[in-house]
Design a protein. Structure first.
Length: 239
């Protein structure tokens, strides 16, 4: 079935940091654990939903359920990508309503949250609060940015199971590029408390388990090397 194929990828286990990918492929029939020195670490299945190319891009719609924390990318009634999302904090909520994609930026950095850098000194902070002379600001990476309203967008990031963002919608690193490739400028985006798809496509779906993994080193995060493009994370042809 097409719906089942949305989640049918080969089993993969990973140790993931933000949008930096560190995958370890393991045949589950051969290995039940990953051994690191004397420490035994239980394997963890990678969150890796399947995305599909639209046949008619003008029929693509993005539907977001805040209650179910899910994004449904639909072409008519057919799902092209079903993926979990992290939503805004109660005091910085994700806006609701009807929007459309107004910009796509593959390697975007935040204009509000990031780091102040002075040589080897890297301090987390906001863009309007310089810690001292000699510091310059570098925004936090928000790869595969799909903006739908000024200051708000879908982008790559850790997908927590609780409200966590400043209003944006974070998409897992293994789904962000596919969403970015599927939509185009003008694609409608509907964000509501619930969506009809919650009862079908969004009923008990797999969800990311790597949201609390350590962030990459700050020195890497402020460099261009933080932006990685996995050639495997592209939409497939529809079956």
């Amino acid at each position: 079935m097409f719906f089942q194929a949305l989640f049918d990828k080969p089993p993969v286990f990973a140790f993931s940091q933000g949008c930096m990918k560190h995958k370890l492929l393991i045949l589950p029939a051969l290995l039940a654990v990953v051994l690191t020195g004397c420490q035994t670490i239980a394997p963890r299945a990678v969150y890796d939903p399947v995305g599909y190319k639209p046949k008619n891009p003008s029929n693509v719609r993005v539907k977001v359920s805040l209650q179910n924390r899910m994004v449904y990318v639909m072409e008519g009634s057919k799902p092209l990508l079903v993926t979990a999302t992290a939503i805004g904090l109660p005091n910085k909520p994700t806006p609701r309503g009807n929007f459309s994609v107004i910009e796509k930026i593959e390697n975007k950095r935040s204009g509000s949250y990031g780091f102040w850098v002075n040589g080897s000194n890297i301090i987390a902070g906001t863009s309007g609060e310089r810690p001292g002379a000699g510091y310059h600001y570098v925004g936090f990476p928000m790869q595969y940015w799909v903006g739908f309203s000024p200051g708000y967008g879908l982008h790559c990031g850790s997908v927590w199971p609780v409200p966590r963002t400043h209003g944006c919608l974070r998409i897992h690193e293994n789904a962000a590029r596919e969403l970015y490739e599927i939509v185009r400028i003008g694609t409608p985006v509907n964000i509501a408390q619930t969506q009809p798809e919650d009862a079908t496509l969004g009923k008990n779906p797999p969800r990311p388990q790597d949201y609390n993994d350590p962030d990459p080193p700050k020195a890497l995060t402020i460099s261009s090397a933080v932006f990685k493009k996995d050639p495997n994370d592209i939409p497939r042809d529809q079956p």
